[in-house]
Design a protein around this ligand. Sequence first.
Ligand code: C2O
Ligand code: CU
Ligand code: CU
Length: 503
Amino acid sequence: MRRRKFLSLAAASLATPALNISRAWAAEPGAPLPIPEVMEIGPGAGNTLDAIRGTREFTGGATSETWGYSQDYLGPLLRFRRGRTANISVMNRLDEPITAHWHGMHVPGYLDGGPQLAFGPGETWAPELPVDHPAATLFYHSHVHGRTGPQVYRGLAGMIVIDDPEIDDPLPHDYGVNDFPLIVQDRRFDRSGRMIYSLGMMDRMHGFQGDQILVNGVIRPKLTVPAGLVRLRILNASNARVYDFRFTDGRQFHQVASDGGLLARPLAMASLQLDGAERAEIVVEFSDRSPVSLVSRDIGMNGVMNGGMMGDRGGSMMMGDRGMMGDRGMMGMDGNSGAPLEIMSFDVGEAAPAGPTRLPTSLPSDAPALGDPVRRRNFTLNMHTGGMMRGGGQTMGINGAPYVMDRIDETVRAGETELWRINADMMMRHTFHVHGTSFRVVSQNGRPVDSAQIGWKDVVRVQGPTEILLRFDKLASEETPFMYHCHILEHEDAGMMGQFTVT
Ligand code: C2O
Ligand code: CU
Ligand code: CU
């Protein structure tokens, strides 16, 4: 038997008044937010992730069969330090091939953990990673072609934090005290409370969405935070769901980092939208000591359709706020209905003994200039490419063809800045993720975007023509190319993915 390797946060707890929000489902008492164990990854042997089977009681007392990296479900928080070599070995104790992809990390193709680097049951993959990435919150997950959706859903995913010893972090950074990881996922359960994943037609089309929200593997948990500034590292690790986070009391907070690292300065906001695989670090002021909940407007299918763009910083839709389908969305999906989904709740304890009490006005962000593009490429995301998948459903693709592992779609030259224009062939919301580098968003829907506000990205929402500026410094060969794909995992598995070399 494996013990669940979670630390529970011991902090003073105050009495909680009843939360004043409606819930979409029967309320369950908020269990404490589990704080993932930290695995410091440096040089040398000893850092092992075992991909294993586990069980979890998520809800209703039923036992679900889960997978995890050295845990029942999900994996430890991996901490890397910039400038230091990191050795990690991943052991496959499951009965199908897996990978470990370091999503967002700038490493060469042969270390990237993409589909070409799948390793089978009983095998170990032991990459040595040169950590050359600014301080950031990243993501790791399995990435086997055609199986990424179910594998991540079962639990093969976790958070990465990169520390940069060269910068003096002016933000709260005491892990588990005033700096918390929030891995947000939605899951579906059968009537007994067992976690389920099986794709119906709508799930294939829109991506698989659950009706219960988990943070760090627990449904609607509660966290006791210190009365002061608190940093939340939010990762949308859902297969397809889009969140529009906000606090029940409407309080402002500041975004301080996006996918690839710190922003140039803290950005005040009252709501934050994250598509699948996007990350944001936010700093929230809790010194008023009032308990509050983090909720999400239920974007549902309407958000997956090319619809509402609320809380958006990148320009708004051609068709207006609700999308062309109107209030109820296509096919009767009620995407913007009433009650917000509760994500988790916060209690406020004593002030933290240490840590910043004020936000800095600027942040030590790492911002190399990209210069003007020397090449342009166009990508169209296709909902249909005319074929059928082996397991049922239609193949999807990019530029007319579904992903094929032995076809190289693009060849890129290292060190050259490029402009990529991404579009979709139907009115459907997607994302676009690129391996091997971080990029700047230049425009969305023909409107320029202030990339200083958006920061360094590796996933971007595609809801109309989207332009990104990027340059690759890490190499990728034909044997182990980099991927680009929609990060709605069911679209990716259906073939909405391509691959490229960098030479
Ligand atoms: Cu998050 Cu190609 O992956
Ligand atoms: Cu990735
Ligand atoms: Cu998609």
